[in-house]
Design a protein around this ligand. Structure first.
Ligand code: 3PG
Length: 205
């Protein structure tokens, strides 16, 4: 997964209501300094959004909320360079292995983390990070598993960023706070760009 993130420590999570607006969003994120983004499979147009993001070329694009083998296959065919899931699903992991694309399964417990590690997934998404207890929970969960790297996501805001990123077990932080549903609905790309730039700035060492 490190190779896909290109050193980026923030992962904007995007649920795009209208695929026709994708280029404006890709431009705002790239102008804000983002290098990668996750497009969720929560809208009927997710595949089109992935295609348009991948075609834009300014960002490494992955697919999120991938729940099935079929979604993983469609995502990769549309240009997704990595796959993220809210939970650990053997079928999704197996499909990604076959497609030779990095997969980041979601975990919320030590048991799920052990399954993910046994399947060779050393980078996992701690989801939903904040409702689970945030950094305190992440640290407790990470302690017995020194090889695991986390991308905490879920309820994270810009103000939490620095403390998560200071933890050596954290590879990157994901979230929709840079491109919220409200901002996307309003088409406020200037604000998306500003929030992205702010997050990128905070994520720098
Ligand atoms: C996800 O799909 O990863 C999360 O829903 C994003 O969480 P957030 O919207 O709370 O940042």
């Amino acid at each position: 997964m490190d190779s896909v993130l290109h050193g980026s420590r923030i992962l904007p999570v995007l649920t795009v209501p209208d695929p026709a607006t994708t280029h404006l969003l890709a431009e705002a994120l790239a102008a804000g300094g983002a290098r990668c983004a996750e497009v969720t499979f929560r809208t009927p147009g997710a595949v089109q959004v992935l295609e348009a993001m991948a075609a834009h070329g300014g960002l490494t694009v992955g697919a999120g909320t991938v729940l099935t083998r079929d979604q993983a296959e469609r995502a990769v065919a549309a240009g997704a360079r990595f796959v993220v899931s809210p939970g650990y699903d053997e079928e999704v992991v197996a499909e990604c292995r076959e497609l030779r694309v990095p997969v980041v399964p979601g975990i919320a417990t030590a048991t799920e983390l052990m399954r993910a590690l046994r399947a060779g997934c050393h980078t996992v998404k701690l989801f939903p990070a904040e409702p689970l207890g945030g950094l305190r929970t992440l640290r407790a969960l990470a302690a017995p598993f020194p090889r695991a790297r986390f991308i905490p996501t879920g309820g994270i805001q810009d103000s939490h960023l620095a403390s998560y990123l200071a933890d050596p077990a954290v590879l990157a932080v994901g979230g929709s706070w840079m491109a919220t549903a409200t901002l996307l609905e309003r088409g406020d790309y200037a604000e998306i760009r500003r929030l992205t730039a702010e997050a990128v700035d905070r994520s720098m060492p």
